[in-house]
Design a protein around this ligand. Structure first.
Ligand code: SAM
Length: 261
């Protein structure tokens, strides 16, 4: 087991079956599995698909998988998924995996950048991360991850998976989540970089009002014209309000306190 690669392998047949049923692979699907490891999910996926791609950083595990499955059924890409070019695989790509938890947040942000090419994602993650992904405004779990991902994906928490389903046992509970990209024409965002900067600033200091947290990026006049109370805190703002605020800020020349983050 290589700790630095977050290797906790699924061994419980019940949960392996439930995850594969949730993925519901169809023979013609274009699919990539992140972190196939010893192949707990890989084997049942290869059984049901014409072909599967997998991205695995551990050379020894990748070699074992390449020996076990014929190349026409499984392509193993050896390397770091954070550097993997998902655009090199077919469109309408389905992405699945029991993710290495230490890289889950940067991986989710990276996948958001490829969302227009994806059909869906089904991931097992640390349960706390899934709770943050699907959190509603004004709850303790609602934060930057919730807003950035909910803007780009419709997300559903499917079920929890206990530590006993893995070898070695992780210290944390896990959960399975499904993510379906929202159609690009529904996003309605004029400047994604400004949106990202506003969301990051709004949650940078959670207890601050928007007036203070965003003082360097958005003036209170713009907030008021967007129908947003400058005295509110970012943690209470629904995703649609962040979009409206970012679009209002894009539409207006910015001056005064500073440049856009
Ligand atoms: N899918 C297997 C299972 O369910 O039993 C293994 C899951 S284990 C939690 C995570 C897997 O991701 C390991 O095989 C690990 O080597 C691999 N991994 C870790 N970091 C990675 C990275 N940056 N890029 C690609 N694979 C990675």
């Amino acid at each position: 087991m290589r700790k630095r690669f977050g290797q906790h392998f699924l061994v419980d047949r019940h949960f392996i079956g439930r995850i594969v049923a949730a993925i519901d692979p169809r023979p013609g699907d274009a699919m990539v599995e992140i972190g196939p490891g010893l192949g707990a999910l890989t084997a049942p996926l290869v059984d049901r698909l014409a072909h599967l791609h997998a991205v695995e950083i551990d050379r020894d595990l990748a070699a074992r998988l390449a020996e076990r499955f014929p190349a026409e059924r499984l392509t193993v890409h050896v390397g770091d998924v954070l550097a993997f070019d998902f655009a090199s695989l077919p469109e309408r790509l389905r992405v699945v995996g029991n993710l290495p938890y230490n890289i889950s947040t940067p991986l989710l942000f990276r996948l958001a950048g490829f969302a227009a090419r994806l059909a869906d994602c089904t991931f097992m993650l640390q349960r706390e991360v899934v709770d943050r992904m699907v959190a509603a405004p004004a709850t303790a779990d609602y934060g930057r991850l919730s807003v950035m991902l909910q803007h780009r994906f419709a997300m559903t928490k499917l079920f929890d998976v206990p530590p006993g389903a893995f070898r070695p046992r992780p210290k944390v509970d896990s959960a399975v989540v499904r993510m379906v990209p929202r159609p690009a024409d529904e996003l309605g965002l004029h400047d994604p970089a400004l949106f990202a900067a506003i969301v990051a600033a709004a949650f940078g200091q959670r207890r601050k009002t928007l007036r203070n947290a965003l003082s360097r990026i958005v003036g209170t006049g713009t907030m008021e014209r967007a129908g947003i109370d400058p005295g509110a805190r970012g943690e209470t703002l629904p995703v649609a309000d962040f979009v409206r605020l970012a679009n209002a800020a894009t539409a207006e020349p910015r001056g005064g306190a500073g440049s856009p983050g």
